[in-house]
Design a protein around this ligand. Sequence first.
Ligand SMILES: [Fe+2]
Length: 296
Amino acid sequence: MGVSRLAYLGVHATDLGAWTQFSTDVLGFEVCRDSEPGLLYLRGDERHHRLTVHVGDSDDVAYVGWEVASHEALEAAAGVLEHEGVEVRPGTPDEVNERRVLELAHFTCPHTGVRMELTVGNETLLYPRFTPTRPLSGFLMGDLGLGHVVLLSSDVQAAAAFYVRTLGFGLSDYVAAPDGAPVGAFLHCNPRHHSLAFFRVPMSPRKLQHLMIETQSLDDVGTSYDACLERKITKSSLGRHPDDRGLSFYFRNPSRWLFEYAWQLRSIDPANWTTERYVIGHGNGWGHAGLFDPEA
Ligand SMILES: [Fe+2]
């Protein structure tokens, strides 16, 4: 037993007004009516929310929410983490209410410093139905979870091994630099090729590199690309990654970390998966020009 899927992402942001407009005009996520002063709930499917944006004096990740199947699974995961010497604490009643879950425990990731939350019973809201705020088919979430989140770590192998040992993730692949040094590690917890990844980016100003959202159609990626071009917020051209095989591009949000909108990602069978290795620049994939350029 371990993590079932990525449930939600919480971030701090300095400009909630800009995030409200960005969510509506670019992401296509609804701003929930029960958002509060200083807290935006953003909705992308039938879950109450998938993103929370808290007003703060930084523009980076606040927490990453992972879903486990049951109270028993939560207790078991906490026990394994404690055995590794990682302190696991229960969420306060206010945190449980704010996240709209039944149960919450959290720990600090020893490899990134990011607060990781394990949750049971995330609130679902059937009506009113989720309706994208601009013409989009919608997002592939559901049993696969929110998407994938990529965090920065100086030792991606050690970070990946920790999540394999403690929370039941499987290692999808490594990405190495041309000299063979691992620069990326990609982990799955269900048929989505990866839900969590670590990347080594020296001198990054933040812990969160990107959040990938999978769209229902190729046109959703295309019209999103147009919307980002118009606003001059694209970070990369269109491209296809060699490992998850999705067609995607990257764009900046008001906090300047990246979203990736992707279509037709590879689906895997976790029970029969064998770890793969890719080397940057060895004829793998195409496009995504500009992705690793330093921030302007
Ligand atoms: Fe990605």
